[in-house]
Design a protein around this ligand. Sequence first.
Ligand code: ZN
Length: 281
Amino acid sequence: MAKQEKQSRRAFLWTAGGLAAGGIGYLALKEKDDPNKPLKDRYPDAASRQRVLSELTHDPRVAPVYAHVEATTYAPRLEALCVYLQNKIPTLPQELRPGVQKKLNHYRALGITLENVAAGADPAKTNDSLAITDPTGTGMSRVFLTERVFESPYVRTLEDVKSILYHEGLHAVINRNGPTFGPGAFEKLVRKTGFRSVPLEVMTNPDFLRALIEVQVYNKQVYENERGTFKVSPEFRKMIAIAYYPHYQTLKQHAQQDNVFGWYAKAMLETIVVHPKVNSK
Ligand SMILES: [Zn+2]
């Protein structure tokens, strides 16, 4: 059990990733705040952005998935995430360091991508760079939100931002508990694999695990948006559909294999309720 937990922590340290996107709510809004203005004008500086993000994590629709989040940080171009990981690496067990270093390199590159976005690149093509959830290895996660949360033309309202925060909080829950499956799909998995928990082979395949987890997270995010839990803007809805699709396709491809990856992919596809159809631009 302890060993399993350790494995699980390790794998998730390598793979938790995130992307999301995201608003205007009623909750913590000041009266003087004009909801018709773009978010970047309503929240022009780092201090006001950090403040509103922190407030929104207390929204009753968002708060439940933040039980395992120890900090929610505005990190315009992921600087705070990179510093955090840089400081973290020397404190980690030797065998975990290369994987975290690899993530750090990835986030540095993503930071540069964000600079390019600011310089005029198409933000719709960079939908993986709005927010990142990274676990600390202690069962708690940190959520980092970039300037795109306030500046992307696809994020219009605080409801959109709440949906982004919700997406990232779901990652934190999965960081802690692992991916989950519907009862029927789960029993089938156990019969096929002989395991009740995700085997190491799957846990240590970051690309597959990422697709598996993102599909679980997007499924839930889109489901809650569509049933009106979050009253997101049409622009945001479109961006999320675009972001969801490639992960879903990856899983569909894996589902054709008769091996452990195929079984896991099938189990997740049987669990989810939102099956994206469009690869819109
Ligand atoms: Zn994600």
